[in-house]
Design a binder for this molecule. Structure first.
Ligand code: HEM
Length: 162
């Protein structure tokens, strides 16, 4: 119910385009009021790439995500002998591309690059957690973090063990 009201409030505020005021009359900032709803209702129609802060921000959280993965004993054995620089670059390019940035992913398909690795759902979830942590460490707002994860989630069937 609160959520419905919040969305309705968010939508009506865009419609009239004014900054809302609190009952006390002081200015309130809708983004601070509920950033997640603000972003998920796409009141900002900028590409996710730009809302994340562009290529360098993506590169930074991907590098931290890969560092977390390589330190994560649940999954790091799968990355032995992998070309780490290529992995960091391809992941950055892929997220840049998917989020509407000026990149075209040039790497292997998810089927090709994960074939034979026998990745389980638990291992997939561990990698997602490592990337969520990296986004939080880089102060990516929660609503945007969820949108990045939503871009990656549909790849799961191509990546996990079939
Ligand atoms: C949505 C989640 C994932 C995405 C977006 C993703 C993306 C990628 C990309 C872009 C590459 C590089 C492809 C290339 O070399 O051209 C790659 C390689 C790789 N990924 Fe993933 N991946 C995901 C999940 C996972 C998981 C869950 C694991 C293991 C726990 C994993 C293990 C690997 C390994 C070991 C390689 C290197 C393969 C090789 O070079 O032989 N990935 N992944």
């Amino acid at each position: 119910m609160t959520r419905t009201l919040t969305v309705a409030l968010a939508l009506s505020l865009t419609a009239c385009g004014t900054v809302p005021t609190t009952p006390s009359g002081a200015d309130s900032d809708l983004r601070n009021y509920d950033q997640t709803i603000y972003e998920q209702t796409s009141l900002a129609d900028e590409a996710l790439f730009d809302r994340l802060g562009g290529y360098e921000v993506i590169e930074r959280f991907v590098n931290d995500g890969v560092d977390n993965v390589l330190a994560d004993e649940r999954i790091n054995h799968l990355f032995e002998g992998v070309d780490e620089e290529n992995l960091r670059f391809q992941l950055t390019e892929q997220i840049c591309d998917l989020s509407g940035g000026p990149c075209i992913y040039s790497g292997l398909s998810m089927e090709e690059s994960h074939f034979g690795l026998d990745i389980t759902e638990a291992e997939f979830n561990a990698l997602v957690e490592d990337f969520q942590l990296a986004m939080r460490d880089n102060d990516i707002p929660y609503g945007l973090e969820n949108q990045v994860i939503a871009l990656l989630a549909p790849m799961k069937p191509a990546i996990i063990r079939r």
